[in-house]
Design a protein around this ligand. Structure first.
Ligand SMILES: *Cc1c(COP(=O)(O)O)cnc(C)c1O
Length: 822
């Protein structure tokens, strides 16, 4: 749905500079996601860390001509004279206002969903339940933030009959902004838990804040059995109708009489408006049951017939909320997006693909099915898809389905079309893909999982899963503790603490961190070869690897005169000048570093050459994670302050000073200097409390075989695992060669199978180990989690009397890393 620039100016109350006629279809807040420059309006947002105004010149070069700004660029009379600048006090507020105005054009039922968990699942299931006969516009993925919500609402168009939007908040006061943008008529509160609690005084405050979304709703849906929520709703004094569902209180409008679970699903009997009805879902976990009850209430309120609801509930699909990146055969990278096949999510997935492939020079291939869900005619839809595919620089499209095949003429690139998935699988085409990035995106009924199966490289059933979204959340958690101008070094040494350096580095580069740090030159060179262009620091530079460092712009730490002399010699030999180095001072660790007394002599030496130049100066804290060492830490900081000042005084240019590691960032906010070095916290471990922030890595495997073994028999080598009772023993393909520490065996620790603890029985072998699943309902092929969300890595490190760093970095290379983002 297009808007004229005049309409937008009126909506946001902007001062216009420039008089270019324009019609706007697309809103952009992240310059990297640009797709249709001519019809795009860019909002130059200022965040704590970044400023959209910095990207205006680049976007202008790429064809964008419409900008919302808070500061008028100097060249508006010069090279930007052909553009419109809409000047406002605050571009984010303007974006929100524009979305709110846009929302007002629609007098249709709009569902606002908030709560701590389950928002995305409820949104998607409601979509599955309503979309057979309604055109639904909903938030793409989990676009639920102060920026994501306006972008979602902007997607409503003349075809939309129902809107479904998520709202997520992380601090008090935010819901007040989101309410006028969503203007929900139906409110759903999924639940209230401890997630994102840090900025709320109490759970109750958080609940009250979330309920703000529902102030003008016609109806509110929530779990009436939850006392906290019920009390908060009562306190909010809403006039809206309430559909609180309850399994206990027959007085509630939606009474859940019975919940019957069996092997393949759950049957739920309920009473609503005097009717007794039932439905069944193909899930048995508690969260799914609760989510389905919220959906039931909303569908009933929207007057979908109970029998129709039951028919659709039976076919609810699990929600894969993630883009998975996997290694494929023939050196391909697979991006598997089974989330949904709609235009908005295709756009996001193509953007993701473009960013993964740009620096590696790999060919981009898209495997796409018919898009079954849309209010548009297929002619218009496939024209838009073709435009999108071209502008995202896809090299090769493989289309599957009748509709996309009929539109094949619209695609101007290498192309193949098939009527069905089976035809594609039989064609042999998939085996010819080599060195490509392949995005696989299909509607569920096309069963594209079979395509992924054929393309995927299968090595070992044991995988280390890395949640890149959690990594970003952790980064932001620590960034929020920093002064806006403090720079950040992210430690990706030791293969990013075991998580795999390329994907982690790429993600951090996208987040525009200031430096990446690795241990040795080869790690840095590998990152460069893979296309990482951020500044990289080498913490343990080898005397034999200086050439690699010069060739790949890898900036070494320098900790001694010997190293410095060798480096200068090598640089002079190669004709390198002013190569940035990072000076390490020893303030008490006594590992590596110049002593403070040596600094004047160091300054003198540096002045006598031009090969290298100090870019930063730093030191390392030995006990910042422990109160016990606070006096020593303070002394280290003081020593550093003085010694680094002497170095700085010797030079006219600014030398960045840094000393804090993760625990230091948290515990010594006054010692940020110019930069900090974030390590373990990125990967989710708070080294001070040993708590997990957002879990990043999950080590998991699959049950290979289950044996019934009678009491008194033994399990494993040396007959160590003596059974005291008749037992079910499962074998899982992970052993000490994968990094599963042998001391965890013989009942010292456990893994998690279907949510329950399964102790290790007997000695852990090299490639396999055995677990006791006597009390667990499980079968061969079920997953076992070695560590992850359900079993924090810190539990294992405590048992082994070591630190989480060691567990994370011990997962061996043969364990495949699988990356995803929410
Ligand atoms: C590894 C390392 C860090 C990061 O430490 P964390 O405790 O993981 O935050 C910081 N500085 C140096 C010099 C390091 O080697």
């Amino acid at each position: 749905m297009s808007s004229s620039i005049e309409e937008i100016i009126a909506a946001i109350g902007a001062e216009r500079i420039g008089d270019r006629p324009a019609t706007i279809d697309w809103i952009l807040t992240d310059s990297r996601s640009l797709c249709f420059p001519e019809e795009t309006l860019f909002f130059a947002l200022k965040t704590k860390r970044n400023d959209g105004h910095k990207y205006i010149a680049d976007l202008h070069r790429r064809g964008v001509r419409n900008f919302v700004v808070s500061e008028q660029p100097e060249e508006t009379a010069g090279k930007f004279a052909d553009s419109n600048f809409l000047k406002v006090a605050n571009p984010l507020k303007a974006l929100q206002k524009l979305a709110a105005r846009h929302r007002e054009k629609f007098q249709i039922p709009t569902i606002g969903i908030t709560g701590s968990n389950g928002k995305t699942v409820v949104k998607e299931w409601l979509y599955q339940l309503l979309s057979p006969d309604k055109v639904v516009t909903r938030s793409p993925r989990s676009y639920n933030s102060q920026i994501g919500v306006p972008l979602s609402v902007w997607l409503m168009n003349e075809h939309t009959e129902v809107g479904i939007f998520e709202a997520g908040i992380s601090e008090m006061g935010e819901m007040e902004t989101l309410r006028p943008i969503i203007q929900p008529t139906i409110g759903i509160l999924t639940n209230i838990g401890g997630a994102h609690q840090e900025n709320f005084p109490s759970l109750q405050d958080k609940c009250m804040e979330k309920l703000q979304l529902f102030k003008d709703c016609d109806v509110i849906i929530y779990n009436g059995d939850n006392e906290l929520i019920s009390n908060c709703v009562a306190k909010s004094l809403f006039t809206a109708r309430e559909i609180a569902w309850s399994t206990k209180d027959v007085e509630r409008p939606l009474f859940i009489e019975k919940i019957l679970k069996d092997d393949t699903g759950t049957t739920i009997k309920y009473r609503y408006l005097g009717f007794f009805k039932e439905y069944r879902i193909p899930f048995i976990d508690e969260a799914s049951i609760e989510n389905s009850l919220h959906c039931l209430a909303a569908a009933l309120y929207l007057m979908v017939q109970p029998d129709e609801i039951a028919r659709r509930m039976l076919h609810l699909e699990p929600i894969a909320m993630r883009l998975e990146v996997k290694e494929g055969k023939n050196n391909c990278i697979l991006i598997n997006d089974s989330y949904n096949s709609d235009f908005a999510s295709l756009d996001i997935a193509l953007d993701f693909m473009a960013r993964r492939s740009e620096d590696k020079g790999r060919k981009r291939t898209l495997i796409l099915s018919d898009m079954l869900e849309s209010g548009q005619t297929s002619k218009l839809l496939y024209r838009q898809i073709a435009d999108l595919v071209h502008s995202r620089k896809v090299d090769h499209i493989i289309g599957v389905g009748k509709e996309i095949s009929a539109a094949s003429g619209r695609f101007d690139i290498e192309k193949n079309f098939f009527q069905t998935t089976a035809e594609l699988l039989d064609s042999g085409l998939l085996n010819s893909l080599r060195n490509e990035v392949v995005l696989i995106k299909g509607a569920r009924i096309f069963h594209f999982d079979k395509i992924t199966d054929q393309l995927e490289l299968k090595v070992h059933e044991t995988i280390l899963e890395i949640n890149l979204s959690a990594l970003v959340e952790n980064l932001n958690h620590y960034r929020n503790k920093l002064n806006p101008e403090t720079k950040i070094v992210c430690m990706v040494k030791a293969s990013a603490y075991g998580a795999g350096s390329f994907e982690v580095a790429k993600t951090l580069e996208d987040q525009r961190v200031d430096y990446l740090a690795v241990a040795v030159a080869d790690e840095g060179a590998d990152l460069r070869k893979a296309g990482i262009s951020s500044a990289i620091m080498i913490m343990n530079p080898e005397l034999t690897a200086f050439k690699t460092m010069f060739d790949y712009r890898l900036e070494p730490e320098v900790y001694s005169f010997h190293l410095l002399e060798e480096l200068i010699k090598a640089a002079e030999r190669e004709g390198v000048t002013n190569f940035p180095i990072h000076i390490k001072i020893d303030t008490g660790m006594h590992r590596l570093g110049f002593s403070p007394e040596e600094i004047p002599q160091l300054v003198e030496r540096l002045h006598k050459q031009t090969a290298v130049i100090p870019r930063s100066v730093f030191s390392h804290l030995v006990g910042s994670d422990s109160q016990k060492f606070d006096p020593f830490t303070r002394q280290q900081i003081e020593t550093f302050e003085k010694a680094s000042q002497i170095l700085q005084d010797g030079f006219r240019h600014k030398i960045l000073r840094h000393i804090c590691n993760t625990a230091g960032i948290e515990r010594y906010p006054g010692a940020q200097f110019d930069m900090v070095r974030l390590g373990i916290g990125l990967y989710g471990v708070d080294p001070y409390t040993n708590n997990i922030l957002h879990n990043v890595t999950t080590l998991k495997t699959t049950i290979l075989q289950i044996h019934d073994v009678p009491a008194e028999e033994t399990v494993g080598y040396s007959r160590k695992g003596i059974l005291k009772r008749d037992s079910r023993i499962a074998a899982i393909p992970i052993g000490y060669a994968d990094g599963l520490n042998r001391h965890l065996g013989n009942g010292n620790a456990y893994c998690i199978v279907n949510g329950k603890k399964a102790p290790y029985v007997g000695n852990i072998c090299m490639d396999v180990c055995m677990i006791d699943v006597t009390d667990i309902d499980c079968k061969e092929g079920d997953k076992a989690v070695i560590f992850g969300n359900e079993l924090p890595v810190t539990v294992l490190s405590d048992i082994l009397d070591t630190i989480p760093y060691e567990i994370l970095t011990s997962v061996s290379n043969r364990v495949k890393r699988v990356y995803f983002q929410d």
